[in-house]
Design a protein. Structure first.
Length: 277
């Protein structure tokens, strides 16, 4: 019971931070996104034992540099890809100069981690900064959390009530096919409800209910893949949690694992399906 209340309280505090930073946006949300990306990347490096080694240290530096391009609005233009190429070249330089100190996976892991954690989570901020009808609002930003946490909650409930067939028995024995379907359907319904309530703020969209419903359904499927991928990394390295920062939840990556894929997916769905640009 104590662990339940610990998890509940920390979850409420985290939700309050997410809502408040999302509403404020701008430098406040940017700072929050950068912070969780740095912590998440550090947790990822710890899995490989690289957090205090040259490849990992260079990775932390390039996370900050990449977020500089995000803040300037250049991450999706030339500056972002150039930084990724530069980081790869630096890692190759470390590999060659120090050979045979590091194995190949110790060089590739920091690069993968920067893309998987820092780059993908940067879409939390980038999605929030997408203008709607020329205005800066958090309408689309909150869809990310409906897709991720809404799907998680609905999948858990559906799995508990109807779960019979294992989704990934080796990777995650408690997850069921029925739960996965319930998560997708639940997220879609929550998206439809969100579109119905806030549709007046999305007048550029022909049908906000259908658009938000479809976006959440698609992102919910991707969300579950992201969740399972994060679990696979932990199992490969015999790690229970990525960290202990959030009481009852684990580390940043344990709580934001599905968002590493739903944030960019929501960003591009917002552009392609909801017609924000």
């Amino acid at each position: 019971m104590k662990s339940f209340f610990t998890r509940l309280i920390s979850g409420i505090v985290l939700l309050a931070i997410i809502i408040s930073t999302g509403i404020v946006g701008g430098p406040v949300l940017f700072g929050f996104t950068l912070l969780i990306s740095l912590i998440g990347y550090w947790e990822f490096l710890q899995v490989f034992g690289l957090e205090k080694k040259a490849p990992g240290i260079w990775g932390m530096i390039f996370v900050v540099l990449y977020y500089g391009t995000v803040y300037m609005g250049e991450a999706l233009n030339l500056a972002g890809p150039l930084l990724l190429v530069a980081f790869l070249m630096v890692l190759m330089g470390v590999y060659v100069v120090t050979f045979p100190k590091y194995k190949t996976d110790e060089i590739t892991a920091p690069f993968f981690g920067l893309v998987y954690v820092a780059l993908m989570l940067s879409f939390l901020y980038q999605t929030r900064m997408v203008p709607i009808e020329g205005k800066n609002t958090p309408i689309v930003y909150f869809l990310i959390f409906i897709c991720s946490w809404g799907c998680d909650t609905c999948a858990y409930c559906a799995g508990m009530l109807f779960g019979r067939h294992k989704l990934a028995p080796v990777l995650s024995p408690k997850k069921s096919i029925e739960g996965a379907i319930g998560g997708m359907v639940g997220a879609a319904l929550l998206g439809a409800l969100y579109g119905a309530v806030f549709g007046t703020h999305m007048e550029e969209v022909g049908n906000p209910v259908i658009a938000c419903c479809a976006a959440c359904a698609i992102a919910a499927v991707i969300s579950q893949i992201g969740d399972l991928a994060a679990s696979a990394i932990k199992r490969n390295h015999q790690v229970k949690d990525y960290g202990t920062l959030i009481p009852g939840h684990g580390g940043i990556l344990d709580r934001f694992d599905s968002m590493t894929v739903t944030a960019p997916m929501t960003y591009f769905l917002a552009i392609l399906m909801i017609g924000l640009r």
